[in-house]
Design a protein around this ligand. Structure first.
Ligand code: GUN
Ligand code: FE
Length: 424
């Protein structure tokens, strides 16, 4: 069934700073695409089946622009470390386990089942360096009905032997093998080129990945200017590049060949920020992760004022939770700290802006997603939040704020749809 009506209390972004709300409205899905929201049911849709969610809250599905599927298994560990120590102590040893099919099968089944239960309908996902485990993850994501980009990670240096790929050629060869294998296999799951971050890629590898990108014309994801220790490491490893992003750009991996999303962007220099804008690179803002790893706070206000594309990322497991609701709340909270403690010219984000980032902002990376405006792909989540408002008569907007801040995505989701397909 991908043409139907949802009746309920509906909310989505009108603009970056305003929400649209319709109490007791009708949201129409026609062949997987949103046909609009109506106060009264138009005659021409009267024959469609109706799902009655009266008194429940209906929101666009959340978009997670940055999450590591293999890290789901160790969420909450090592949260007192900084990035480079956390990678060495927890992340790399955990990711090495995905060489084993049995482990990958178990861990990715849990990851995907949790993604199904969350409010997320779209995600941009890091897998590991392992081709077979990445294909396994893509099979599971496709079967879930969720919409995703999934990347086999590339890393040929600065990592333990049991995780590091044996060389640039081997890494590129496996990447070609992965892409050839999955070509044409899925309708909801797409590949994305995934050099882990500059410290784990030799120049030869970056050059090889440029060839892969040219051959397959796929988008690119990576990390950028996340943590002071990492930025310093890049300076040492790439002494000839003027700034971090240039290390990607000189190999056509920074929005200058394909659509690109970079996680974090906390310490971007003015030149780097300008290159992000000029090349239309998306910033995946990951406030939960940035707090946990003491990475800092990204100047999101500056990025928005410059017209840079920004969305939100959970960055599991550096972010402890896959909840994008939690990330929305954290984005507002860290923006207030940044304004108070670092730069009082950077006005804090209002709730509506953070909600927009989690839906329309990140949704743009997928095309027309993250909105109930007509023509957008139909992604929706329904929350039974009656116990949170029934006794104190909140407006729909107030309910959205409360649901997000109180984590209603944990136990109050009663239905979820991606591209018109029912997931829950
Ligand atoms: N930089 C390189 N790898 C990672 C990772 O797995 N998580 C985070 N947060 N940053 C990274
Ligand atoms: Fe990350």
């Amino acid at each position: 069934m991908d043409s139907f009506i949802i009746k309920g209390d509906i909310c989505w972004s009108k603009s970056k700073t305003e929400l649209n709300t319709v109490r007791d409205g009708y949201l129409i899905c026609e062949d997987g695409v949103c046909a609009g929201v109506f106060r009264y049911l138009p005659e021409k849709y009267a024959m469609l089946p109706m799902l009655d969610y009266s008194d429940k809250l209906v929101l666009p599905g959340m978009v997670d622009l940055h999450i590591h599927a293999p890290q789901y298994a160790f969420r909450g560990l090592g949260m007192d470390l900084e990035l480079l120590d956390w990678l060495k102590t927890y992340t790399f040893p955990e990711e090495a386990k995905y060489a084993e099919r049995e482990y990958a099968e178990k861990a990715y089944s849990i990851f995907v089942s949790r993604m199904i239960k969350s409010a997320t309908t779209r995600a941009v996902i890091f897998a590991t360096v392992h081709k077979d485990a990445t294909i396994l993850l893509m099979d599971k994501m496709e079967a879930s009905g969720l919409i995703s980009y999934v990347g086999k990670v590339n890393m040929d240096r600065d990592a333990p032997d049991d995780l590091r790929e044996p060389g640039a050629e081997a890494s590129a060869y496996d990447t070609f093998g992965w892409l050839n294998h999955i070509f044409g296999s899925y309708t909801r799951t797409k590949p994305i080129l995934t050099p882990r971050f500059l410290p784990s890629c030799s120049e030869t590898l970056l050059n090889e990945l440029h060839e892969v990108q040219r051959a397959y014309e796929i988008p690119i994801q990576s990390h950028l200017s996340e943590n002071p220790g990492e930025v310093e490491l890049v300076r040492r490893l790439f002494p000839k590049t003027a700034f971090y992003a240039q290390g990607y750009e000189q190999f056509g991996l920074f929005g200058n060949s394909g659509k690109t999303v970079m996680a974090h962007c906390v310490y971007c220099t003015p030149e780097e920020t300008e290159l992000i804008r000029k090349n239309g690179v998306y910033v995946a803002h990951c406030p939960s992760s940035n707090m946990n790893l003491a990475s800092g706070i990204a100047p999101v206000r500056k990025y928005l004022d410059m017209g840079i594309h920004v969305g939100l990322g959970s960055d599991v497991a550096a972010g402890e939770s896959e909840s994008v609701f939690r990330v929305i709340a954290n984005a507002v909270q860290v923006s207030k700290l940044y304004w108070r403690m670092a730069d009082d010219s950077c006005r804090p984000l209002c709730f509506e802006e953070a909600f927009w980032l989690a839906t329309r902002g990140g949704g743009e990376f997928f095309g027309k997603a993250g909105s109930f405006d007509p023509g957008y792909e139909f992604d929706a989540v329904v929350l039974d939040d009656r116990d949170l408002f029934i006794y104190n008569d909140l407006t729909v907007e107030q309910r959205v704020q409360r649901d997000v801040y109180l984590g209603a995505d944990i136990d109050r989701i009663c239905a979820k749809f991606a591209r018109g397909t029912r997931i829950i």
